[in-house]
Design a protein. Sequence first.
Length: 202
Amino acid sequence: MLESIQKHLGDKAKSLLDHKCTTIPRESLHLPGPEYLDEMFIPSDRPNRVLNRLAWLFKHGRLSGTGYVSEPLLNAVAGTWSEQNPAAAAAWASSLADSHARSTAEVAAVTGWAEQNPASAADYVTKRIAGKNGSPPSAQEAVNLASVIARIWGESNPQEAAGWIGKLASNAERIEAAAALAMAWASSDIKGAVAWSSTLGG
């Protein structure tokens, strides 16, 4: 393999392959890894909403948990589009053929939608899960979408988010959404979050 590379590089092979950068010290590099978000972004002055969106981007897609972001262009398109026309952005994302791209883009679109109007975004997700907006999502996609709604709605109106979660048909969706809501709720009202959590079944 190395010989093939050297052959293609020709006369420049030695200088390119043996090059060592002296401009930027190795110690100053921050390479992506599982803790990349916590180490690089949490200590910054970025708003919680931005950090939450970053967290979802880093935890979804084929490279989840590696510190790299999958399908960054799809995220950018879906996220920006959802700020202008969330319904159209979500519909486009849900129509993507590749399951990984679809899941990533739809989470980004629904995240932007929920930040503007959580009740409207929740209505979309409810219909999407039921298959009323095209073919229904996979079980994992449904869980991801429900969790997005619960987390974001929980930041502004946890009681309404809790009521919506109770109407979800799937037990898996309710469990994951409830966990997302509990975390969001606890960040502003730990007693309320604990009291609500205690009402949930085992």
